[in-house]
Design a protein around this ligand. Sequence first.
Ligand SMILES: NC(=O)c1ccc[n+]([C@@H]2O[C@H](COP(=O)([O-])OP(=O)(O)OC[C@H]3O[C@@H](n4cnc5c(N)ncnc54)[C@H](OP(=O)(O)O)[C@@H]3O)[C@@H](O)[C@H]2O)c1
Length: 484
Amino acid sequence: MGRLQKILIPFLGLVLAFWFYSARENFKPEMLKGKRVIVTGASTGIGEQMAYHLARMGSHILITARTEAKLQKVVERCLELGAASARYVSGTMEDMAFAEHVVKEAETSLGGLDMLILNHVGTSYFGYFNGDVGHVRKLLEINFLSYVAMTTSALPMLKASEGSIVVVSSMAGKVGFPFTVPYSATKFALDGFFSSLRQEFSIQSVNVSITLCILGFIDTEMLRGKRVIVTGASSGIGEQMAYHLARMEAHLLLTARTEAKLQKVAKRCLELGAASARYVSGSMEDTAFPEVVVKEAENTWGGLDVLILNHIGYTYFNYFNGDVEHIRKLLEINFLSYVAMTVSALPMLKESEGSIVVVSSVAGKTAAPFSAPYSATKFALDGFFSSLRHEFIIDKVNVSITLCILGYINTENAVRAVSHAIQDTPAPKEECALEIIKSGVLRRRELHYPSRAVGSLLLLRDIAPDFLDSLIRSSYKVENIRRT
Ligand SMILES: NC(=O)c1ccc[n+]([C@@H]2O[C@H](COP(=O)([O-])OP(=O)(O)OC[C@H]3O[C@@H](n4cnc5c(N)ncnc54)[C@H](OP(=O)(O)O)[C@@H]3O)[C@@H](O)[C@H]2O)c1
Protein backbone atom coordinates (compact mmCIF):
# COMPACT_ATOMS: atom_id res chain seq x y z
CA MET A 1 0.00 0.00 0.00
CA GLY A 2 2.85 2.38 0.92
CA ARG A 3 4.55 1.82 -2.42
CA LEU A 4 1.24 2.21 -4.26
CA GLN A 5 0.69 5.54 -2.53
CA LYS A 6 4.20 6.65 -3.43
CA ILE A 7 3.58 5.99 -7.12
CA LEU A 8 -0.15 6.66 -7.37
CA ILE A 9 -0.31 10.04 -5.66
CA PRO A 10 2.41 11.77 -7.75
CA PHE A 11 0.92 10.17 -10.87
CA LEU A 12 -2.57 11.46 -10.04
CA GLY A 13 -1.01 14.86 -9.28
CA LEU A 14 0.57 14.94 -12.74
CA VAL A 15 -2.70 13.95 -14.41
CA LEU A 16 -4.59 16.66 -12.51
CA ALA A 17 -1.94 19.28 -13.29
CA PHE A 18 -2.07 18.33 -16.96
CA TRP A 19 -5.88 18.50 -16.95
CA PHE A 20 -5.84 21.85 -15.17
CA TYR A 21 -3.38 23.46 -17.56
CA SER A 22 -4.86 21.95 -20.72
CA ALA A 23 -8.35 23.05 -19.62
CA ARG A 24 -7.03 26.63 -19.64
CA GLU A 25 -5.94 26.29 -23.27
CA ASN A 26 -9.02 27.83 -24.82
CA PHE A 27 -7.53 30.28 -27.26
CA LYS A 28 -9.85 31.77 -29.87
CA PRO A 29 -8.69 34.13 -32.66
CA GLU A 30 -11.49 36.59 -31.73
CA MET A 31 -9.58 37.26 -28.51
CA LEU A 32 -7.19 39.42 -30.51
CA LYS A 33 -9.76 41.23 -32.62
CA GLY A 34 -9.39 44.98 -32.09
CA LYS A 35 -6.51 44.53 -29.63
CA ARG A 36 -3.63 47.01 -29.80
CA VAL A 37 -0.33 45.18 -30.25
CA ILE A 38 3.31 46.23 -30.64
CA VAL A 39 5.60 43.71 -32.38
CA THR A 40 9.33 44.48 -32.40
CA GLY A 41 11.74 42.95 -34.91
CA ALA A 42 8.83 42.62 -37.31
CA SER A 43 10.53 43.30 -40.65
CA THR A 44 11.55 39.64 -41.17
CA GLY A 45 11.43 36.15 -39.68
CA ILE A 46 9.24 35.23 -36.73
CA GLY A 47 8.29 38.87 -36.01
CA GLU A 48 7.00 39.34 -39.56
CA GLN A 49 4.99 36.12 -39.35
CA MET A 50 3.49 37.16 -35.98
CA ALA A 51 2.39 40.45 -37.56
CA TYR A 52 0.58 38.52 -40.32
CA HIS A 53 -1.18 36.24 -37.82
CA LEU A 54 -2.29 39.23 -35.75
CA ALA A 55 -3.48 40.93 -38.94
CA ARG A 56 -5.64 37.91 -39.84
CA MET A 57 -7.15 38.11 -36.35
CA GLY A 58 -8.08 41.78 -36.86
CA SER A 59 -5.69 43.46 -34.37
CA HIS A 60 -4.37 47.02 -34.47
CA ILE A 61 -0.67 46.53 -35.15
CA LEU A 62 2.33 48.76 -34.56
CA ILE A 63 5.53 47.17 -35.87
CA THR A 64 9.11 48.22 -35.56
CA ALA A 65 12.60 47.32 -36.83
CA ARG A 66 15.44 49.21 -38.49
CA THR A 67 14.69 48.81 -42.21
CA GLU A 68 11.91 51.15 -43.30
CA ALA A 69 11.44 49.63 -46.77
CA LYS A 70 10.79 46.16 -45.30
CA LEU A 71 8.44 47.50 -42.62
CA GLN A 72 6.46 49.35 -45.28
CA LYS A 73 5.89 46.07 -47.16
CA VAL A 74 4.89 44.18 -43.98
CA VAL A 75 2.38 46.91 -43.11
CA GLU A 76 0.86 46.75 -46.61
CA ARG A 77 0.51 42.95 -46.32
CA CYS A 78 -1.01 43.26 -42.81
CA LEU A 79 -3.67 45.61 -44.17
CA GLU A 80 -4.42 43.19 -47.03
CA LEU A 81 -4.76 40.36 -44.48
CA GLY A 82 -7.38 42.24 -42.47
CA ALA A 83 -5.58 44.15 -39.71
CA ALA A 84 -7.84 46.71 -37.98
CA SER A 85 -4.95 49.11 -38.55
CA ALA A 86 -1.22 48.75 -39.22
CA ARG A 87 1.59 51.26 -38.90
CA TYR A 88 5.35 51.19 -38.35
CA VAL A 89 8.16 53.13 -36.69
CA SER A 90 11.69 52.47 -37.90
CA GLY A 91 14.81 52.89 -35.80
CA THR A 92 17.44 51.03 -33.83
CA MET A 93 16.96 49.53 -30.37
CA GLU A 94 20.57 50.40 -29.65
CA ASP A 95 19.10 53.83 -28.91
CA MET A 96 17.09 53.72 -25.65
CA ALA A 97 15.22 56.88 -26.63
CA PHE A 98 13.91 55.00 -29.67
CA ALA A 99 12.59 52.12 -27.52
CA GLU A 100 10.57 54.63 -25.52
CA HIS A 101 9.51 56.48 -28.66
CA VAL A 102 7.86 53.30 -30.04
CA VAL A 103 5.73 52.99 -26.91
CA LYS A 104 4.83 56.70 -27.10
CA GLU A 105 3.70 56.15 -30.69
CA ALA A 106 1.31 53.41 -29.50
CA GLU A 107 -0.06 55.77 -26.86
CA THR A 108 -0.60 58.58 -29.37
CA SER A 109 -1.95 56.58 -32.29
CA LEU A 110 -3.73 53.68 -30.55
CA GLY A 111 -4.65 55.36 -27.25
CA GLY A 112 -3.40 52.42 -25.23
CA LEU A 113 -1.82 48.98 -25.49
CA ASP A 114 -3.02 45.41 -24.92
CA MET A 115 0.02 43.40 -25.87
CA LEU A 116 3.73 44.11 -26.10
CA ILE A 117 5.61 41.48 -28.13
CA LEU A 118 9.37 41.87 -27.67
CA ASN A 119 11.10 39.90 -30.38
CA HIS A 120 13.99 41.85 -31.96
CA VAL A 121 17.64 40.72 -31.78
CA GLY A 122 20.86 42.39 -32.85
CA THR A 123 23.37 40.65 -35.09
CA SER A 124 25.98 38.52 -33.36
CA TYR A 125 28.49 35.96 -34.56
CA PHE A 126 28.30 32.16 -34.39
CA GLY A 127 31.77 31.06 -33.35
CA TYR A 128 34.25 30.95 -30.47
CA PHE A 129 33.98 33.94 -28.09
CA ASN A 130 36.40 36.53 -29.48
CA GLY A 131 36.87 38.58 -26.30
CA ASP A 132 35.12 41.68 -27.67
CA VAL A 133 33.42 43.18 -24.58
CA GLY A 134 32.14 46.13 -26.64
CA HIS A 135 30.11 43.71 -28.76
CA VAL A 136 28.60 42.07 -25.64
CA ARG A 137 27.67 45.53 -24.31
CA LYS A 138 26.02 46.54 -27.60
CA LEU A 139 24.12 43.25 -27.80
CA LEU A 140 22.93 43.66 -24.19
CA GLU A 141 21.65 47.10 -25.14
CA ILE A 142 19.64 45.72 -28.09
CA ASN A 143 18.56 42.26 -26.90
CA PHE A 144 18.01 43.02 -23.23
CA LEU A 145 18.00 46.65 -22.04
CA SER A 146 15.65 47.86 -24.78
CA TYR A 147 13.20 45.11 -23.66
CA VAL A 148 13.41 46.51 -20.13
CA ALA A 149 12.99 50.10 -21.35
CA MET A 150 9.95 49.26 -23.49
CA THR A 151 8.36 47.30 -20.65
CA THR A 152 8.87 50.19 -18.24
CA SER A 153 7.33 52.71 -20.67
CA ALA A 154 4.44 50.44 -21.63
CA LEU A 155 3.52 49.31 -18.11
CA PRO A 156 1.01 52.07 -17.26
CA MET A 157 -0.93 51.27 -20.48
CA LEU A 158 -0.67 47.51 -19.93
CA LYS A 159 -1.88 47.86 -16.33
CA ALA A 160 -4.87 49.86 -17.58
CA SER A 161 -5.79 47.20 -20.16
CA GLU A 162 -4.74 44.23 -17.99
CA GLY A 163 -2.62 43.27 -20.95
CA SER A 164 0.29 40.98 -21.76
CA ILE A 165 4.02 41.08 -22.30
CA VAL A 166 5.46 38.41 -24.59
CA VAL A 167 9.23 37.96 -24.52
CA VAL A 168 10.71 35.90 -27.35
CA SER A 169 13.74 34.05 -26.04
CA SER A 170 15.61 30.92 -27.00
CA MET A 171 16.96 27.60 -25.73
CA ALA A 172 20.25 29.50 -25.61
CA GLY A 173 18.66 31.52 -22.80
CA LYS A 174 18.08 28.38 -20.73
CA VAL A 175 21.07 26.14 -21.53
CA GLY A 176 24.65 27.09 -22.38
CA PHE A 177 25.53 25.95 -25.91
CA PRO A 178 28.89 26.67 -27.56
CA PHE A 179 29.50 29.42 -30.15
CA THR A 180 26.78 31.79 -28.93
CA VAL A 181 28.37 33.38 -25.87
CA PRO A 182 27.21 37.03 -26.28
CA TYR A 183 23.76 36.06 -27.59
CA SER A 184 23.26 33.48 -24.86
CA ALA A 185 24.16 36.03 -22.15
CA THR A 186 21.47 38.43 -23.37
CA LYS A 187 18.82 35.70 -23.48
CA PHE A 188 19.68 34.43 -19.96
CA ALA A 189 19.37 38.04 -18.79
CA LEU A 190 15.82 38.19 -20.19
CA ASP A 191 14.87 35.06 -18.24
CA GLY A 192 16.27 36.46 -14.99
CA PHE A 193 14.63 39.84 -15.39
CA PHE A 194 11.19 38.83 -16.61
CA SER A 195 10.81 35.76 -14.36
CA SER A 196 11.63 37.93 -11.34
CA LEU A 197 9.31 40.70 -12.54
CA ARG A 198 6.49 38.15 -12.92
CA GLN A 199 6.86 37.26 -9.24
CA GLU A 200 6.65 40.94 -8.27
CA PHE A 201 3.51 41.39 -10.39
CA SER A 202 1.97 38.46 -8.58
CA ILE A 203 2.89 39.87 -5.12
CA GLN A 204 1.52 43.31 -6.09
CA SER A 205 -1.58 41.85 -7.82
CA VAL A 206 -0.60 43.58 -11.08
CA ASN A 207 -2.76 41.89 -13.68
CA VAL A 208 -0.26 41.97 -16.57
CA SER A 209 0.89 38.57 -17.80
CA ILE A 210 4.48 37.82 -18.80
CA THR A 211 5.11 34.98 -21.26
CA LEU A 212 8.67 33.88 -21.93
CA CYS A 213 8.93 31.99 -25.24
CA ILE A 214 11.73 29.44 -25.39
CA LEU A 215 12.22 28.73 -29.07
CA GLY A 216 14.10 25.72 -30.39
CA PHE A 217 17.79 26.30 -30.78
CA ILE A 218 17.82 27.55 -34.31
CA ASP A 219 18.03 31.24 -34.25
CA THR A 220 17.72 32.81 -37.60
CA GLU A 221 20.76 34.97 -37.11
CA MET A 222 23.00 31.90 -36.99
CA LEU A 223 22.65 31.76 -40.74
CA ARG A 224 22.34 35.45 -41.52
CA GLY A 225 24.96 36.34 -44.13
CA LYS A 226 26.31 32.76 -44.30
CA ARG A 227 27.30 31.47 -47.74
CA VAL A 228 25.45 28.25 -48.49
CA ILE A 229 25.39 25.87 -51.48
CA VAL A 230 22.25 23.70 -51.81
CA THR A 231 22.25 20.96 -54.44
CA GLY A 232 19.03 19.45 -55.79
CA ALA A 233 17.38 22.78 -54.99
CA SER A 234 14.88 22.93 -57.86
CA SER A 235 12.24 20.79 -56.11
CA GLY A 236 11.39 18.72 -53.04
CA ILE A 237 13.39 19.02 -49.83
CA GLY A 238 16.18 21.03 -51.49
CA GLU A 239 13.71 23.71 -52.63
CA GLN A 240 12.25 23.92 -49.11
CA MET A 241 15.73 24.22 -47.59
CA ALA A 242 16.42 27.12 -49.95
CA TYR A 243 13.27 28.92 -48.71
CA HIS A 244 14.14 28.40 -45.03
CA LEU A 245 17.69 29.63 -45.62
CA ALA A 246 16.33 32.63 -47.51
CA ARG A 247 14.12 33.58 -44.54
CA MET A 248 17.26 33.32 -42.40
CA GLU A 249 18.94 35.82 -44.76
CA ALA A 250 21.71 33.55 -46.01
CA HIS A 251 23.57 33.95 -49.33
CA LEU A 252 22.44 31.11 -51.58
CA LEU A 253 23.92 29.25 -54.50
CA LEU A 254 21.40 26.72 -55.82
CA THR A 255 21.98 23.95 -58.29
CA ALA A 256 20.08 21.23 -60.20
CA ARG A 257 19.53 20.45 -63.87
CA THR A 258 16.36 22.42 -64.71
CA GLU A 259 17.19 26.10 -65.20
CA ALA A 260 13.57 27.28 -65.39
CA LYS A 261 12.78 25.78 -61.96
CA LEU A 262 15.97 27.13 -60.39
CA GLN A 263 15.13 30.60 -61.72
CA LYS A 264 11.77 30.50 -59.94
CA VAL A 265 13.23 29.18 -56.69
CA ALA A 266 15.97 31.86 -56.68
CA LYS A 267 13.38 34.60 -57.33
CA ARG A 268 11.22 33.36 -54.44
CA CYS A 269 14.31 33.21 -52.19
CA LEU A 270 14.99 36.89 -52.87
CA GLU A 271 11.38 37.75 -52.04
CA LEU A 272 11.71 35.81 -48.77
CA GLY A 273 14.75 37.81 -47.69
CA ALA A 274 17.85 35.93 -48.90
CA ALA A 275 20.99 38.08 -48.68
CA SER A 276 21.57 36.98 -52.28
CA ALA A 277 20.41 34.08 -54.44
CA ARG A 278 21.97 32.73 -57.62
CA TYR A 279 22.02 29.41 -59.39
CA VAL A 280 24.10 27.21 -61.69
CA SER A 281 22.30 24.59 -63.72
CA GLY A 282 23.86 21.34 -64.85
CA SER A 283 23.93 17.62 -64.27
CA MET A 284 25.95 15.93 -61.54
CA GLU A 285 26.40 13.07 -63.99
CA ASP A 286 28.95 15.31 -65.68
CA THR A 287 32.15 14.71 -63.69
CA ALA A 288 33.33 18.31 -64.26
CA PHE A 289 30.14 19.90 -62.92
CA PRO A 290 30.64 19.54 -59.12
CA GLU A 291 33.82 21.62 -59.39
CA VAL A 292 32.04 24.21 -61.56
CA VAL A 293 29.48 24.76 -58.78
CA VAL A 294 32.10 25.13 -56.06
CA LYS A 295 34.19 27.47 -58.28
CA GLU A 296 31.10 29.64 -58.75
CA ALA A 297 30.85 30.01 -54.96
CA GLU A 298 34.54 30.86 -54.73
CA ASN A 299 34.34 33.46 -57.51
CA THR A 300 31.23 35.14 -56.14
CA TRP A 301 31.76 34.99 -52.40
CA GLY A 302 35.45 34.18 -51.99
CA GLY A 303 34.47 31.52 -49.45
CA LEU A 304 31.84 29.08 -48.26
CA ASP A 305 30.23 28.31 -44.88
CA VAL A 306 27.82 25.44 -45.54
CA LEU A 307 27.73 22.78 -48.26
CA ILE A 308 24.37 20.97 -48.42
CA LEU A 309 24.53 17.87 -50.62
CA ASN A 310 21.00 16.76 -51.37
CA HIS A 311 20.45 15.90 -55.06
CA ILE A 312 19.64 12.41 -56.33
CA GLY A 313 19.39 11.01 -59.82
CA TYR A 314 16.35 9.19 -61.15
CA THR A 315 16.12 5.47 -60.39
CA TYR A 316 13.45 2.80 -60.60
CA PHE A 317 11.46 1.43 -57.65
CA ASN A 318 11.24 -2.23 -58.59
CA TYR A 319 13.03 -5.61 -58.55
CA PHE A 320 16.72 -5.24 -59.41
CA ASN A 321 16.90 -5.56 -63.19
CA GLY A 322 20.58 -6.47 -63.53
CA ASP A 323 21.51 -3.17 -65.19
CA VAL A 324 25.05 -2.47 -63.93
CA GLU A 325 25.39 0.65 -66.10
CA HIS A 326 22.45 2.23 -64.26
CA ILE A 327 24.17 1.63 -60.91
CA ARG A 328 27.37 3.16 -62.30
CA LYS A 329 25.45 6.28 -63.39
CA LEU A 330 23.59 6.52 -60.08
CA LEU A 331 26.85 6.19 -58.15
CA GLU A 332 28.21 9.09 -60.19
CA ILE A 333 25.22 11.32 -59.32
CA ASN A 334 24.30 10.25 -55.78
CA PHE A 335 27.76 9.46 -54.43
CA LEU A 336 30.84 10.47 -56.47
CA SER A 337 29.59 14.01 -57.12
CA TYR A 338 29.14 14.40 -53.33
CA VAL A 339 32.77 13.35 -52.89
CA ALA A 340 33.95 15.65 -55.69
CA MET A 341 32.09 18.68 -54.30
CA THR A 342 33.47 18.01 -50.82
CA VAL A 343 37.02 17.80 -52.16
CA SER A 344 36.69 21.08 -54.09
CA ALA A 345 34.95 22.91 -51.24
CA LEU A 346 37.20 21.71 -48.43
CA PRO A 347 39.81 24.52 -48.52
CA MET A 348 37.03 27.12 -48.22
CA LEU A 349 35.22 25.14 -45.51
CA LYS A 350 38.44 24.75 -43.52
CA GLU A 351 38.96 28.49 -43.74
CA SER A 352 35.44 29.27 -42.48
CA GLU A 353 35.30 26.30 -40.06
CA GLY A 354 32.12 25.43 -41.89
CA SER A 355 29.79 22.48 -42.28
CA ILE A 356 29.01 19.71 -44.72
CA VAL A 357 25.45 18.37 -44.67
CA VAL A 358 24.83 15.09 -46.47
CA VAL A 359 21.22 14.17 -47.13
CA SER A 360 20.82 10.42 -46.97
CA SER A 361 18.02 7.98 -46.21
CA VAL A 362 16.99 5.06 -44.03
CA ALA A 363 17.75 3.12 -47.22
CA GLY A 364 21.39 4.05 -46.51
CA LYS A 365 21.30 2.43 -43.07
CA THR A 366 19.03 -0.56 -43.48
CA ALA A 367 18.05 -2.12 -46.78
CA ALA A 368 14.52 -2.38 -48.09
CA PRO A 369 13.43 -4.22 -51.26
CA PHE A 370 13.00 -2.57 -54.70
CA SER A 371 15.71 0.02 -54.20
CA ALA A 372 19.01 -1.86 -54.60
CA PRO A 373 20.82 0.78 -56.76
CA TYR A 374 19.58 3.73 -54.64
CA SER A 375 20.34 1.94 -51.38
CA ALA A 376 23.88 1.14 -52.56
CA THR A 377 24.61 4.82 -53.24
CA LYS A 378 23.23 5.90 -49.86
CA PHE A 379 25.21 3.24 -47.94
CA ALA A 380 28.30 4.48 -49.79
CA LEU A 381 27.66 8.00 -48.47
CA ASP A 382 27.56 6.70 -44.89
CA GLY A 383 30.82 4.77 -45.32
CA PHE A 384 32.65 7.68 -46.93
CA PHE A 385 31.46 10.58 -44.79
CA SER A 386 31.55 8.71 -41.47
CA SER A 387 35.14 7.70 -42.19
CA LEU A 388 36.04 11.24 -43.27
CA ARG A 389 34.56 12.58 -40.00
CA HIS A 390 37.08 10.43 -38.07
CA GLU A 391 39.93 11.83 -40.14
CA PHE A 392 38.80 15.42 -39.59
CA ILE A 393 38.81 14.80 -35.83
CA ILE A 394 42.26 13.16 -35.93
CA ASP A 395 43.62 16.03 -38.08
CA LYS A 396 41.82 18.69 -35.98
CA VAL A 397 39.98 19.92 -39.09
CA ASN A 398 37.12 21.99 -37.73
CA VAL A 399 34.59 21.17 -40.44
CA SER A 400 31.48 19.37 -39.24
CA ILE A 401 29.82 16.52 -41.16
CA THR A 402 26.12 15.88 -40.60
CA LEU A 403 24.55 12.80 -42.13
CA CYS A 404 20.77 13.13 -42.46
CA ILE A 405 18.87 9.85 -42.26
CA LEU A 406 15.42 10.54 -43.63
CA GLY A 407 12.33 8.38 -43.65
CA TYR A 408 9.47 8.79 -46.12
CA ILE A 409 8.92 12.50 -46.95
CA ASN A 410 6.04 13.95 -48.95
CA THR A 411 7.97 15.33 -51.93
CA GLU A 412 6.20 15.03 -55.27
CA ASN A 413 8.81 12.70 -56.76
CA ALA A 414 8.98 10.38 -53.74
CA VAL A 415 5.21 10.10 -53.42
CA ARG A 416 4.86 9.46 -57.16
CA ALA A 417 7.55 6.77 -57.03
CA VAL A 418 6.51 4.73 -53.99
CA SER A 419 3.01 5.57 -52.73
CA HIS A 420 1.47 2.59 -54.57
CA ALA A 421 3.66 0.22 -52.55
CA ILE A 422 4.23 1.94 -49.19
CA GLN A 423 1.42 2.32 -46.70
CA ASP A 424 3.02 4.90 -44.36
CA THR A 425 1.98 8.53 -44.32
CA PRO A 426 4.91 10.65 -45.49
CA ALA A 427 6.32 13.38 -43.21
CA PRO A 428 6.15 17.04 -44.30
CA LYS A 429 9.00 18.26 -46.52
CA GLU A 430 8.94 21.79 -45.03
CA GLU A 431 9.62 20.54 -41.48
CA CYS A 432 12.14 18.01 -42.77
CA ALA A 433 14.04 20.79 -44.57
CA LEU A 434 14.18 22.88 -41.40
CA GLU A 435 15.39 19.92 -39.31
CA ILE A 436 18.21 19.31 -41.80
CA ILE A 437 19.33 22.96 -41.58
CA LYS A 438 19.15 22.90 -37.76
CA SER A 439 21.28 19.76 -37.52
CA GLY A 440 23.87 21.21 -39.87
CA VAL A 441 24.14 24.50 -37.99
CA LEU A 442 24.36 22.70 -34.67
CA ARG A 443 27.12 20.52 -36.14
CA ARG A 444 25.29 17.32 -35.17
CA ARG A 445 26.73 14.02 -36.27
CA GLU A 446 23.44 12.61 -37.56
CA LEU A 447 19.83 13.67 -37.99
CA HIS A 448 17.09 11.06 -37.80
CA TYR A 449 13.87 12.42 -39.29
CA PRO A 450 11.06 11.72 -38.49
CA SER A 451 12.91 10.93 -35.30
CA ARG A 452 10.64 8.34 -33.71
CA ALA A 453 10.13 6.28 -36.88
CA VAL A 454 13.78 6.34 -37.94
CA GLY A 455 15.03 5.88 -34.37
CA SER A 456 12.98 2.74 -33.78
CA LEU A 457 13.98 1.34 -37.15
CA LEU A 458 17.67 1.75 -36.34
CA LEU A 459 17.21 0.29 -32.88
CA LEU A 460 15.48 -2.77 -34.30
CA ARG A 461 18.21 -3.12 -36.94
CA ASP A 462 20.77 -3.44 -34.15
CA ILE A 463 18.86 -5.72 -31.79
CA ALA A 464 16.61 -7.80 -34.07
CA PRO A 465 17.70 -7.48 -37.73
CA ASP A 466 15.77 -10.48 -39.06
CA PHE A 467 12.60 -9.31 -37.36
CA LEU A 468 13.09 -5.84 -38.86
CA ASP A 469 13.63 -7.31 -42.34
CA SER A 470 10.38 -9.27 -42.17
CA LEU A 471 8.58 -6.20 -40.80
CA ILE A 472 9.82 -4.12 -43.74
CA ARG A 473 8.76 -6.78 -46.28
CA SER A 474 5.33 -7.13 -44.75
CA SER A 475 4.79 -3.37 -44.78
CA TYR A 476 5.11 -3.24 -48.60
CA LYS A 477 2.18 -3.84 -50.95
CA VAL A 478 4.31 -6.25 -52.98
CA GLU A 479 1.36 -7.12 -55.24
CA ASN A 480 1.49 -3.56 -56.58
CA ILE A 481 5.06 -3.92 -57.84
CA ARG A 482 4.95 -5.04 -61.45
CA ARG A 483 8.19 -6.59 -62.72
CA THR A 484 9.55 -4.60 -65.66
N1 LIG B 1 11.47 12.23 -50.23
C1 LIG B 1 11.76 11.17 -49.52
O1 LIG B 1 10.87 10.37 -49.12
C2 LIG B 1 13.18 10.90 -49.10
C3 LIG B 1 13.42 9.85 -48.21
C4 LIG B 1 14.73 9.58 -47.81
C5 LIG B 1 15.77 10.37 -48.29
N2 LIG B 1 15.50 11.38 -49.16
C6 LIG B 1 16.64 12.14 -49.66
O2 LIG B 1 16.36 13.54 -49.67
C7 LIG B 1 17.03 14.17 -50.76
C8 LIG B 1 16.03 15.00 -51.56
O3 LIG B 1 14.96 14.15 -51.97
P1 LIG B 1 13.64 14.76 -52.63
O4 LIG B 1 12.54 13.82 -52.36
O5 LIG B 1 13.50 16.17 -52.26
O6 LIG B 1 14.04 14.63 -54.16
P2 LIG B 1 13.44 15.36 -55.45
O7 LIG B 1 12.25 16.18 -55.14
O8 LIG B 1 13.33 14.31 -56.50
O9 LIG B 1 14.62 16.35 -55.83
C9 LIG B 1 15.80 15.88 -56.40
C10 LIG B 1 16.63 17.07 -56.80
O10 LIG B 1 17.82 16.60 -57.45
C11 LIG B 1 17.94 17.24 -58.75
N3 LIG B 1 18.59 16.30 -59.67
C12 LIG B 1 18.08 15.18 -60.23
N4 LIG B 1 18.97 14.61 -61.06
C13 LIG B 1 20.07 15.41 -61.02
C14 LIG B 1 21.31 15.37 -61.70
N5 LIG B 1 21.62 14.41 -62.59
N6 LIG B 1 22.22 16.34 -61.47
C15 LIG B 1 21.93 17.35 -60.59
N7 LIG B 1 20.76 17.44 -59.93
C16 LIG B 1 19.85 16.47 -60.15
C17 LIG B 1 16.49 17.56 -59.14
O11 LIG B 1 16.36 18.64 -60.03
P3 LIG B 1 16.46 18.52 -61.62
O12 LIG B 1 15.55 17.44 -62.05
O13 LIG B 1 16.07 19.89 -62.06
O14 LIG B 1 17.88 18.25 -61.92
C18 LIG B 1 15.91 17.97 -57.80
O15 LIG B 1 16.22 19.31 -57.52
C19 LIG B 1 17.69 13.04 -51.56
O16 LIG B 1 19.04 12.94 -51.21
C20 LIG B 1 16.94 11.80 -51.11
O17 LIG B 1 17.69 10.63 -51.23
C21 LIG B 1 14.24 11.66 -49.58
